[in-house]
Write a protein of this length. Structure first.
Length: 214
C-alpha cells in the first residue's frame, strides 16, 4: 500500500439534522460501502453530515481534510444547496479536492449540457426551455408540427393553474398516443411528415428553478 495514499483523509457529506450528525459513523448510513472501500485502500474517511444550523462546525471539519465527496440534492425538504455551495467553494479555494465542485454542477446546468452538445456525435435535436412560460408556449407547437408532426397528440392544458404532475401526465399521454406512428422515424426511413432522426424529449427541472430543460 502506498504511504502517500494512506495519508489522505476524506470527508463524505450528505444532508441531515443535528441528531444524525452527532450519531453518524462510517458504518450506520447508506454510504457505508464507500467508507469500506476507501478504508480498504488505506484512506481515512469520516462522515460530515451537513446541517445549515451548525454550518461553522461543518466548515471547521471540512477544512481539516484533504478531499470532500458530496451527496446532497439540489432541493431536499424545501432546502436548496445555496449555503452549502458557498461553503464548498471556500473549502475548495486553497486547492482542496471537492467532488462535485458546485461551479461544475452549475456549468453542466443539470441536463442543459445535452442542449449545448447537441451538435456533437451523440447529440440530437434538443430544445431548451429556461422558463415555464417558454415551455408552455413552445413545446405544444413541437408536438403538433415540425419534427413531431407524426405524433398527432391530444390537446394539452398548459394554463398557469395546471400543476407539474398534471402537466407531466398530459405530456406522457400525448407522447404515448403518438408512439406507434413514430416507429418509422425512430427505426427506419423518414416518414412523410417526420424526420429520420427523432428529437430528444428529455426534460428536467433546472437547478436554479428558471424553467424546464429539454
Amino acid at each position: 500500500m502506498c504511504a502517500a495514499v494512506s495519508s489522505y483523509k476524506i470527508a463524505i457529506v450528505w444532508r441531515g439534522d443535528r441528531a444524525l450528525r452527532a450519531a453518524a459513523t462510517p458504518e450506520n448510513n447508506r454510504y457505508h460501502r464507500i467508507f469500506s472501500e476507501l478504508s480498504a485502500l488505506g484512506i481515512a474517511a469520516e462522515p460530515a453530515v451537513y446541517v445549515e444550523e451548525v454550518e461553522d462546525e461543518v466548515r471547521a471539519q471540512l477544512m481539516q481534510v484533504d478531499g470532500v465527496l458530496v451527496w446532497v440534492n439540489p432541493l431536499d425538504g424545501g432546502r436548496t444547496r445555496e449555503q452549502l455551495d458557498e461553503l464548498l467553494r471556500d473549502v475548495a479555494a486553497p486547492g482542496r479536492f471537492v467532488s462535485a465542485h458546485p461551479d461544475v454542477i452549475l456549468k453542466m446546468g443539470v441536463k442543459e449540457v445535452l442542449h449545448r452538445t447537441r451538435h456533437l456525435g451523440w447529440g440530437t435535436d434538443t430544445r431548451l426551455y429556461r422558463r415555464r412560460e417558454e415551455f408552455r408556449d413552445g413545446f405544444p407547437a413541437q408536438l403538433r408540427g415540425g419534427s413531431f408532426a407524426e405524433l398527432a397528440a391530444p390537446a394539452i392544458d398548459l394554463t398557469p393553474n395546471s400543476g407539474p404532475q398534471r402537466l407531466g401526465r398530459q405530456i406522457a399521454r400525448s407522447l404515448m398516443a403518438g408512439l406507434p406512428r413514430t416507429a418509422a422515424a425512430v427505426g427506419g426511413p423518414a416518414s412523410a411528415t417526420g424526420s429520420a432522426r427523432h428529437p430528444s424529449v428529455t426534460s428536467t427541472q433546472h437547478q436554479t428553478h428558471e424553467g424546464v430543460t429539454t
